[in-house]
Design a binder for this molecule. Structure first.
Ligand code: PRX
Length: 633
């Protein structure tokens, strides 16, 4: 395990090697995998295209590196522990041998249903092992999966299906979440009314809710695998063949399909998992994310399974049936590494310490955080009460586009500093730039976070629109990948992520584009114009505040506000529902017609002490009307 860092000096040495000789460094790391054909060149790249190729011309199959590589030593080891939503239902433990058989069976079924290498397959499923099996089966046959979070609406699902021209949807009848029983298949049926590329829908039976099965299109999971063999010869894929597309929000337009390819993603998701969490052979690892997000891809499924780890999947929510549920699960399975989001920590913190009293949490060795900046108070609560002051806390900064953790302490190796993601992983070259793109060197500097050199799991493109990829990530500061985040390097050289500097709002660790929410609001027939901003929220990190100009005829303000919230819920999903909607007579605009969001952000944050110069506005009088409408006068 020559890739595993054990000490701080070891980290600094590896880091230096990765900067001095990146190709040699990653070539060495990649030797831990099995390749059907070795690469000709470790890396070819330019950020102008961008055109980035890792392990050029190598041939492989990622799932052979999960199964064939590990089965000799790990066959009977538990690969996935599944904890159901309802604690009285029985858990599942799936060994590597069993997971392999299930993956092969489903791979054969997919092929029989006409799925071929390169076809796009949408996975819209609850948190059940079959979601992971569907992903792995796609990877096994060379199909490209695109997992869509099962909380997204039928419209959002249809948009994603259409954007990647998907051929199949894999879904379930329903989804148990907390005390809800969500009808998942019905959402798919609704979505498919507005798509025409889907040929087959495979439905996993989870809740036994009644569903309509369309003859010739819809098939039951248990039926399609029934006669399939439990062995399957893995497809031979090129290093740069697409592994998956994952849609994420940006500051403009519709969500974009971030593309990750096979070899680089495999190498980096595994390397980062292994080093950040310091997983050791007998550990039980639990990441509470959903497989619908990148965290679920890299750190529930791919990273841990490539390591041969035992990964826990939880179907439910942190507060059901009681607010001690997470801690009950930690004790039940003796979880060693626990990885969650600040929003969950803050939500549980609000219940006080009582829900913790019945649990020892003694098994925990490492605790982690991801998805948004963790405030110092939440950091300390998590560290003291969950980590009992003895577990290293890894605050991991990364993005859908980066594929894996970029800046983070390595557990037990990098000294912890509250609310600091701290230092880059080997191979990651972050720089801080000012607004003009000048690099700010040295300590005690603050600016925008860019990365100046490729790493194996960097996004390759945005699906179907390479120009958009270039414009979004590689044009703001030519020659660098721009993250969209602000960052500070402190006096010790440790990095602290300050949050988004663009029009992206981070709600409970979920990325929402302001334009996307505005477009949804504008679908309401009474809405004339809207502007959406983020504001600080105690639990969610940021909340969504919408200013809306409406035609007020025939409806009360209360009715309109409710309808606007419902419209967003219907078009995007519950996660995008605005926390506050304010009906306004106008929006503050510059003379060129641009909405001055700075003012709107201030009002939404209830901070009107310093609104700056508003005299250049086209309509300065609107500001006081908005302030009084917000009840701030
Ligand atoms: O703003 C950063 C924030 O989440 C954004 C990426 O969101 P997404 O692609 O949905 O991926 C989330 C899970 C990796 C980043 O641009 N973010 C993520 N992790 C952190 C964070 N902000 C501060 N600290 C973190 N640890």
């Amino acid at each position: 395990m020559s890739y595993k860092i054990k000490t701080l000096s070891g980290y600094f040495q590896e880091y230096q090697k990765s900067i001095d000789q990146p190709e040699k460094f990653w070539g060495h790391v990649a030797e831990n995998f099995i390749w059907k054909k070795p690469w000709d060149k470790v890396l070819s790249w330019n950020f102008e295209g961008p055109d980035i190729r890792w392990f050029e011309n190598a041939k492989l199959n990622l799932t052979e590196n999960i199964f064939e590589r590990n089965l000799v030593t790990h066959g009977e080891k538990t690969a996935i522990i599944w904890e159901p939503n309802d604690p009285s239902e029985e858990e599942r433990r799936i060994s590597y041998n069993e997971l392999f058989a299930l993956t092969c069976q489903f791979s054969n079924a997919l092929e029989l249903q006409g799925i071929q290498k390169g076809d796009r397959v949408i996975i819209y499923m609850p948190m059940v092992p079959e979601a992971a099996i569907a992903m792995l089966a796609c990877a096994r046959i060379g199909a490209v999966h695109s997992v869509v979070f099962a909380g997204f609406s039928s419209t959002a699902l249809a948009d994603r299906i259409n954007d990647c021209n998907a051929k199949m949807v894999i879904t379930s009848d329903g989804n148990f979440r907390g005390n809800k029983n969500i009808e998942v298949k019905a959402v798919v049926d609704e979505a498919l009314k507005n798509t025409n590329s889907i040929e087959k829908v495979i439905v996993y039976q989870r809740t036994n809710v009644e569903v309509t099965m369309k003859t010739g299109r819809d098939l039951w999971w248990h039926e399609v695998i029934q006669n399939e063999s439990k062995t399957h010869v893995a497809a031979t894929l090129d290093a740069e063949d697409l592994l998956f597309i994952l849609y994420t929000s940006g500051s403009t337009g519709k969500p974009k399909g971030v593309v990750h390819t096979t070899a680089g993603y495999m190498v980096y998701s595994h390397y980062s998992f292994s080093n950040v969490f310091q997983y050791t052979e007998e550990d039980v690892y639990w990441c509470t994310a959903d497989v619908g997000w990148i965290t679920g891809h890299s750190y529930i499924v791919y990273g841990p399974l490539l390591e041969g780890a035992t990964t826990l999947m939880f179907e439910g929510v942190p507060t059901y049936p009681h607010p001690g549920r997470f801690w009950e699960i930690v004790d039940k399975y003796q979880v060693n590494q626990f990885y969650t989001a600040p929003t969950a920590i803050r939500a549980l913190q609000a219940y006080g310490l009582e829900p913790l009293e019945s649990y020892s949490l003694e098994s925990l060795k490492v605790i982690g955080s991801v998805g948004e900046p963790i405030n110092e108070e939440a950091w300390h609560w998590y560290h003291d009460n969950i980590g009992k002051g003895k577990c290293p806390l890894v605050d991991t900064w990364w993005q859908t586009e980066t594929g894996g953790i970029m800046i983070s302490p390595l557990a037990g190796i990098t000294p912890n500093k509250p609310a600091h993601a701290s230092l880059p992983l080997p191979g990651i070259q972050p720089i801080i730039v000012d607004a003009e793109g000048n690099e700010l060197k040295g300590n005690n500097v603050e600016g925008n976070l860019c990365i100046k050199f490729p790493w194996p799991s960097i996004l390759r493109t945005t699906y179907g629109d390479h120009k958009r990829c270039k414009e979004t990530y590689f044009s703001t500061y030519p020659g660098f990948y721009f993250t969209g985040d602000g960052v500070k390097r402190d006096h010790d050289g440790y990095l602290r992520i300050l949050g988004r500097v663009d029009d992206v709002i981070n709600v409970s660790g979920h990325r929402m584009g302001t334009a996307e929410v505005e477009n949804a609001i504008n679908e309401h027939p009474k809405v004339i114009e809207s502007a959406v901003v983020g504001f600080p929220h105690n639990i969610k990190g940021q909340g969504i505040y919408a200013y809306v100009i409406c035609d007020m005829k025939d409806k009360s303000e209360g009715e309109l506000i409710q309808e606007i919230k419902d419209t967003v819920r219907k078009i995007i999903g519950p996660i995008a529902k605005p926390d506050a909607v304010q009906i306004v007579p106008g929006l503050p605009k510059t003379r060129s017609g641009k909405i001055m969001r700075r003012i709107l952000r201030k009002v939404a944050s209830k901070d009107i002490s310093n609104l700056g110069d508003i005299s250049t506005l086209l309509n300065p009088e609107i500001v006081s009307q908005i302030i009084s409408g917000a009840g701030l006068e």
